[in-house]
Design a protein. Structure first.
Ligand code: C5P
Length: 209
């Protein structure tokens, strides 16, 4: 059976948590597509000694290994910013396109989360969900995650980092972040994790019937 759940939305809205729970519930595979851009961004910064060179970033994107994706520095704010810079490069997106499309249509079902899954990677996905939350709530959630390793980080810094990234992601020419016309909008601002997950699971169940 092929069945794709496309989960898009801005940073720290709850996509990852919801995606993993949906994948577990239905026995689907899960791909965090942001990690592809994060791994590419971090490597491009290393190779360019702090400067991202578009042609090199595209080559790196086309040659990512599991080791690159397993690095433990991919969740930092710096990796997030580098990811959103390489993600605006058409050749980087082109290099990552086929891998994601193939993953989405694998046997047994797949959940992919990102920014362009329902619009570009898998426009025919069986279920599309666009997850949002207010900027402030997203910043508080991401801060709680990052402050463990960066105790001096403030919510205000996280908020401005998220806004900068969202603006770049929504304004770019190629595959900008936006809800697909047929996506279910899920605003998690006032929802608990369980409520948000349960809404997503219901949407998938309705389509599987
Ligand atoms: O989801 P995450 O915050 O890990 O994504 C990091 C960055 O990767 C995003 O800010 C965005 O620029 C980029 N991205 C993208 N398309 C995707 C997934 C992530 O452009 N499908």
């Amino acid at each position: 059976m092929q069945f794709t759940v496309a989960i898009d939305g801005p940073a720290a809205a709850g996509k990852g948590t919801i995606s993993k729970a949906v994948a577990l519930q239905f026995g689907f595979a899960y791909l965090d597509t942001g990690s592809l851009y994060r791994a590419t961004g971090v490597k491009a910064l290393e190779v360019g000694r702090g400067v991202i060179e578009p042609a090199i970033a595209a080559r790196l994107a086309g040659a990512l290994s599991q080791t690159d994706l397993d690095r433990d520095d991919l969740r930092t704010a710096m990796a997030g910013q580098a990811a959103s810079k390489v993600a605006a490069l058409p050749d980087v997106r082109a290099a990552l396109l086929q891998f994601q499309k193939t993953y989405a249509r694998r046997e047994g079902g797949a959940v992919l989360d990102g920014r362009d899954i329902g619009t570009v990677i898998c426009p025919n996905a069986e279920v599309k969900i666009y997850v949002t939350a207010s900027d402030e709530v997203r910043a508080m959630r991401r801060h709680a995650e990052l402050v463990q390793t960066k105790p001096k980080l403030t919510v205000t810094q996280v908020l401005s980092d998220l806004r900068a990234r969202d603006e770049r992601d929504a304004a770019r020419d190629v595959s900008p972040m936006k809800p697909a016309d047929d996506a279910l909008l899920l605003d998690t601002t006032d929802l608990s994790i369980d409520e948000a997950v349960s809404n997503a699971i219901k949407a998938v169940q309705a389509r599987l019937k």
